[in-house]
Write a protein that binds this ligand. Structure first.
Ligand code: PLP
Length: 383
């Protein structure tokens, strides 16, 4: 059976995005970790991970152990996997025995890891996350000292593989001072770890915005999420990258497209309401195309009477409310339209494009939010 819509992922655009990130990083030996939490920002972990591997990526960051499990099974080349957030108590043994690294942001996590390492006989790959000012997760200076002492006295079971932190909104200049303090605090914490006799650990702080805006945050590894998928973390970061030059095209390329087909076409007389309720009245005799995609497929209800799709090389507006499984668009101006014609919800058709940003604006969502809400059940294909 075929689904009512499909998502296509461009491998060549993905390769170009990594090439761009590598160019930014320059010749220094800085590792790229591909952030694939949130189902690879909606792109689909199972399809995205092998694509990234084929572009040379060998490190993935996830939020939780279930995502680590999915990356582990999707990957072809035994990449490093790092859990930045949740590990359920039952999963700690699996995490250790599959050599998955993880953030230790409180002492409980470190003690749980120690218990599991003793029980399984496999050392835990610890990345100490330090508090620098995000005030979400992270060890304070005193806790860091305790953690380092615990690692020293349990060297057989706990291996310090990384020191990390996360910035509180590097994509917005409004946070400049807060980020400045965080960068300085991370440096101090790093010096402290070194002064305690540790040397062989990876330091990582930068997300996409930081790697562009604050080169001093790149350290040994950058955790790149949104940029690898072809989006700027914010318009501000793109403008900053352009550095005053006019740039017609962005060096980052969206890899995702979302397509469906026309399910049915019908004529509606002037003065008739279209779809449920009274939100749209035909102001002329109209031709309506019905699409087999609604809010249950991730085409948000907030796109009612607002969204646009591409059909027959034209931009057609949504008319009436988006239903659970169907959406109606005004095809009156199209010379010809028939069931099974291609409909582009996100992506190119001819010279026209519907960007994720424009889709997001109509539905009042951030790129990040919109992408991660694309349902997992839509089939994904590499193109
Ligand atoms: C801890 C951590 N590192 C890195 C990232 C990647 O951020 P971005 O998608 O802006 O590159 C995230 C995403 O929110 C994160 O939570």
């Amino acid at each position: 059976m075929n689904a009512t819509s499909k998502i296509e992922l461009s491998i060549s655009n993905l390769a170009d995005n990594y090439a761009f990130v590598r160019k930014l990083l320059g010749k220094k030996n800085i590792r790229i970790s591909s952030v694939v939490k949130g189902n690879a920002y909606g792109h689909g972990i199972e399809i995205f991970v092998p694509m990234a591997e084929s572009c040379g990526i060998d490190h993935f960051c996830v939020f939780s152990d279930d995502e680590a499990y999915r990356v582990y099974h999707a990957a072809n080349n035994q990449p490093d996997i790092l859990i930045m957030g949740d590990i359920t108590p039952e999963s700690m043994d699996w995490v250790l025995t599959h050599r998955i690294g993880f953030f230790c942001f409180d002492l409980k996590r470190l003690h749980d890891a120690l218990d599991a390492a003793k029980a399984t006989g496999v050392p835990a790959r610890v990345h100490l996350e330090v508090e620098t000012g995000l005030n979400r997760t992270g060890l304070t200076k005193n806790e860091l000292k305790t953690a380092l002492d615990t690692i020293k006295s349990n060297a057989k079971h706990l291996s310090l593989e990384g020191l990390c932190s996360h910035l509180a909104g590097a994509e917005s200049i409004a946070n400049y001072l807060r980020i400045k303090k965080q960068r300085a605090q991370f440096k101090r914490m790093d010096e402290f770890v070194t002064s305690e006799g540790f040397s062989n650990y990876q330091r990582h702080l930068a997300c996409s915005a930081a790697l562009v805006r604050y080169p001093d945050t790149r350290y040994d590894m950058v955790r790149v999420g949104i940029m690898q998928y072809g989006f700027w973390p914010s318009p501000e970061i793109f403008i900053e990258y352009c550095g005053g030059k006019t740039m017609q095209t962005s060096p980052l390329k969206r890899i995702i497209s979302w397509k469906t087909r026309v399910m049915s076409v019908k004529n509606v007389k002037t003065g008739s309401y279209i779809g449920y309720g009274t939100s749209y009245i035909a102001h002329k005799d109209m031709k309506i195309a019905v699409l087999p995609v609604g809010y249950s497929h991730g085409f948000f209800r907030s796109l009612s009477n607002k969204g646009r799709v591409l059909v027959g090389g034209e931009r057609l507006p949504v008319v009436g409310t988006v239903n659970m499984n169907a959406t109606t668009v005004d095809a009156s101006d199209l010379k010809s339209i028939a069931p099974d014609d291609e409909v582009v919800i996100i992506g190119h058709q001819g010279d026209l494009e519907i960007t994720v940003a424009s889709f997001g604006e109509f539905s009042n969502q951030l790129n990040y939010e919109l992408l991660t809400r694309l349902p997992e059940h839509i089939p994904r294909y590499v193109v």
